[in-house]
Design a protein around this ligand. Structure first.
Ligand code: DX5
Ligand code: ZN
Length: 218
């Protein structure tokens, strides 16, 4: 299914009301809910873990898409599966055994995603195309919301789309996606667009339709 999906990143939501925020974005048109997990080691920021993912799961009807910016990944795979994660996306740069990690994610019953930092070439995904359900081309250096979109990643997205061929693999972009950049990312071959600040700006869960208007604008 190559229709364009919007996956709001709750990194930019109100952490004191995560459940309400998840319900609000789904009610207002989000396709997936994107959960950013950071460990202050792989990236210079610290967010949430499997316990919080499990707590918000009942507030999400659709896909819970978990992006782990952590190293190592493997010791937490089972906990994210138990939390109700649908797709677990790990970074190619997070350790020497990404293939093993992707296998372990599938063995735990989740779909497996492979994330590539802006400095990692598309070729890093070549040996892994049959081991993934999603490839995430980071369009910022991971760690923070609200950073500027990195244009050169569009060429990588196009290269990945060519490599994937007719395999059922999503291409996700994450970072700096807004009304200005979303169309070009989709035109290059991305089908899942993560957006944090562009979705949550100007709103709160009870502010009727602000998120929906933001999603529609993307
Ligand atoms: C960045 C995270 C993103 C982030 C995107 O490390 O992976 O998901 O929330 O935020 P925006 O859309 O504001 O760039
Ligand atoms: Zn993310």
């Amino acid at each position: 299914d190559r229709t364009i999906k919007i996956a709001p990143s709750i990194l930019s939501s109100d952490f004191a009301r995560l459940g309400e925020e998840c319900r609000a974005i789904e009610a207002q048109g989000a396709d997936w809910v994107h959960v950013d997990v950071m460990d202050n080691h792989f990236v210079p920021n610290l967010t949430i873990g499997p316990g919080v993912a499990k707590a918000i799961r009942p507030h999400i009807k659709g896909v819970m898409d978990v992006h782990v910016m952590i190293a190592p990944v493997d010791p937490l795979i089972e906990a994210f599966a138990e939390a109700g994660t649908d797709i677990l996306t790990a970074h190619a740069e997070a350790g020497p055994h990404i293939h093993r990690t992707l296998q372990a994610i599938r063995a735990a019953g989740m779909k497996a995603g492979l994330a590539l930092n802006p400095g990692t070439p598309a070729e890093a995904a070549a040996p892994l195309l049959d081991s993934v359900d999603l490839i995430l081309a980071m369009t910022v250096n991971p760690g923070f919301g609200g950073q500027a979109f990195l244009e050169p990643v569009l060429d990588k997205v196009a290269a990945l789309r060519g490599m994937i061929g007719d395999r059922p693999v999503h291409i996700q972009v994450d970072g700096g996606i807004d009304t200005r950049t979303a169309g070009r990312a989709a035109a290059s071959g991305a089908d899942v667009l993560v957006a944090g600040s562009a979705v949550f700006r100007g709103g709160s869960p009870d502010a009727a339709q602000v998120y929906g208007d933001n999603i529609a604008a993307i």
